[in-house]
Design a protein around this ligand. Structure first.
Ligand SMILES: [Ca+2]
Ligand SMILES: [Ca+2]
Ligand SMILES: [Zn+2]
Length: 292
């Protein structure tokens, strides 16, 4: 019954998003975090029923979820060229460990724990120069995903490659699944995986961030300083993305400093380390509405 109730609430809050916002540049790197078919305005008609709830109410929802584990099968697809770009299975496994640790709240004592657990079920390797360099929205992306996508709405398809647009990654949203099931999934640049040469973005948190979108989260800066923010009550509003690690930043006249340590901001991997309880509740609602 809980799942049914959550589904009803979740569906209300995942109405079709408005048009895209231009991608932001990265001040200190040649790679932008994402092109985001992603950064969309928060749907105006969608108000979280608990947006004004006390933290005790949120805690109540979490209590009901506490002992459950939501297991998400992961199908990893390595896209490489004949001359290079491969990734050994051990490194994919390492990425999955980072995901599981992050979703269990393991990166910070301040992080909420989520019930999501990712289980790697298969890794395939495709040699295709065009797919390896696929950009979001490209013909190559459609071809690659059509050929490689596995499972249904509850399976995470994780594509590992590079891209011409020099993006760290991108993801589809739960609401997009119905119209384009085979496009569903997360794409990351290979060098963002743990042990990669991605500098500040090579601890594996790009996959954590993108999977957050895949589970229904908006960027913490999505609503700027507006009333609705990112539709999560316990992430303080912020007027713009955080790059690097600007501790103490405070860009909106609402309570709370900017959530620069949140996985759904744009900070360096060493700086992003937490989800909030409200985000966990939103991910669970999204899961039950669209993926569970
Ligand atoms: Ca918020
Ligand atoms: Ca981190
Ligand atoms: Zn994002």
């Amino acid at each position: 019954m809980r799942a049914v109730a959550l589904a009803a609430i979740g569906a209300l809050c995942f109405a079709a998003p408005a048009g895209p916002t231009p991608a932001s540049g990265q001040p200190d790197a040649s790679w932008a975090r994402e092109a985001v078919p992603g950064e969309r305005a928060v749907p105006a008609e969608c108000v979280e029923p608990w947006a004004s709830a006390t933290s005790a109410d949120v805690q109540g929802v979490l209590e009901t979820l506490r002992d459950r584990r939501v297991v998400v099968p992961v199908h990893a697809h390595v896209l490489r060229s004949a001359s290079g770009g491969g990734v050994p299975r051990s490194r994919v496994e390492r990425q999955i460990r980072v995901l599981n640790d992050a979703y269990a709240g393991g990166q910070s004592a301040r992080s909420a724990r989520s019930p999501f657990h990712f289980r790697l079920v298969d890794v395939d390797v495709t040699v295709n120069r065009s797919w390896r360099r696929m950009d979001p929205g490209s013909r190559a992306e459609r071809q690659a995903k059509r050929a490689l996508h596995r499972g249904d709405a509850g399976d995470l398809n994780l594509y590992i490659g590079g891209n011409r647009a020099r993006l760290l990654g991108w993801a589809t949203r739960p609401t997009e699944y119905g119209n384009a099931p085979s496009m569903d999934g997360v794409v990351i640049a290979r060098h963002t995986m743990p042990g990669g040469r991605g500098g500040h973005y090579s601890a594996g948190d790009v996959a954590v961030h993108e999977t957050g979108h895949w589970l229904g989260l908006f960027h913490t800066f999505a609503g700027k300083c507006g009333r609705r923010g990112d539709l999560v009550a316990d992430t303080p509003r912020e007027s713009r993305a955080s790059y690097t690690c600007p501790r103490g930043r405070n860009t909106c006249p609402w309570p709370g400093r900017d959530p620069i340590h949140n996985f759904l901001d744009y900070s360096y991997d060493r700086c992003m380390n937490q989800f909030t309880r409200g985000q966990v509740v939103r991910m669970m609602r999204s899961w039950h509405a669209f993926r569970g």
